[in-house]
Design a protein around this ligand. Structure first.
Ligand SMILES: NC(=O)c1ccc[n+]([C@@H]2O[C@H](COP(=O)([O-])OP(=O)(O)OC[C@H]3O[C@@H](n4cnc5c(N)ncnc54)[C@H](OP(=O)(O)O)[C@@H]3O)[C@@H](O)[C@H]2O)c1
Length: 193
């Protein structure tokens, strides 16, 4: 089955979005700077990390809130992904555009459908925090890649919240530093390892 890779940008103090998320501020106030490493201050190394990520991704999973807050404004009514994306939601949203499938029967179903599309590439679990926490607690994440922005948001949405006790042991497989971000990659060890 395709590898499930949680890949997300996070502030040094652990937030993947700033406070007061809205259509105007889909990443919350100040949260846009989480992505400076691939939009603004990127170096050739950051660019190459992003290109590797794109090349290895065969499908995307995201949460209903991330979709709703970004689709019209930040994403201009079209998918920003080069592959098909699966949105976890309890009800089909008002805005439905090509490139997305809306999954209402749970995280396992979304992963199964995404893996079928991804083939021998990876499934990118892109967020937000709510869906990623569910996948971590269910033991369905194979790798974690964090892009730690040199930024203290001070508030907002924490990535590592609501986790079960010892939800995962990790093996560090790569650390790359640039002035724009520290990129760390971990393999999630399964319980018997
Ligand atoms: N830093 C980054 O790189 C990055 C990446 C991605 C997202 N983000 C940010 O993260 C923030 C949103 O994160 P979030 O944690 O608040 O929300 P989220 O994970 O994007 O979405 C949560 C929503 O997904 C739906 N959902 C979750 N689990 C479900 C399940 N098992 N079955 C059916 N539906 C389910 C529910 O919405 P319904 O109401 O639709 O049912 C739930 O309210 C946004 O600001 C976004 O921009 C940041």
């Amino acid at each position: 089955m395709a590898k499930a890779v949680l890949d997300i940008s996070m502030s040094l103090d652990g937030f993947i979005a700033g406070p007061n998320i809205s259509a105007q501020h889909p990443l919350g106030e100040g949260g846009l700077h989480l992505h400076d490493w691939f939009f603004g201050a990127k170096t050739p190394t950051d660019e190459s990390i992003m290109q590797q990520h794109i090349a290895s991704t065969g499908a995307v999973i995201l949460g209903g809130r991330t979709y709703r807050d970004a689709i019209n404004d930040e994403w201009g009514g079209a998918t920003p992904f080069h592959t098909h994306a699966f949105v976890l939601t309890h009800a089909s949203p008002k805005v439905v555009v090509d490139g997305f499938t809306f999954v209402t029967d749970g995280i396992e179903s979304a992963l199964r459908q995404a893996a079928a599309v991804a083939g021998d590439k990876s499934v990118w679990m892109m967020g937000g925090a709510n869906v990623l926490q569910q996948y971590l607690n269910a033991g369905l994440v194979d790798e974690i890649q964090l892009h730690i922005a040199p930024l203290l948001l001070g508030g907002g949405t924490r990535l590592f919240d609501n986790l079960d006790t010892l939800s995962a042991s990790l093996e560090t497989t790569r650390v790359i530093e640039t002035p724009a971000a520290t990129h760390v990659r971990y393999r999630v060890l399964k319980q018997q390892e």
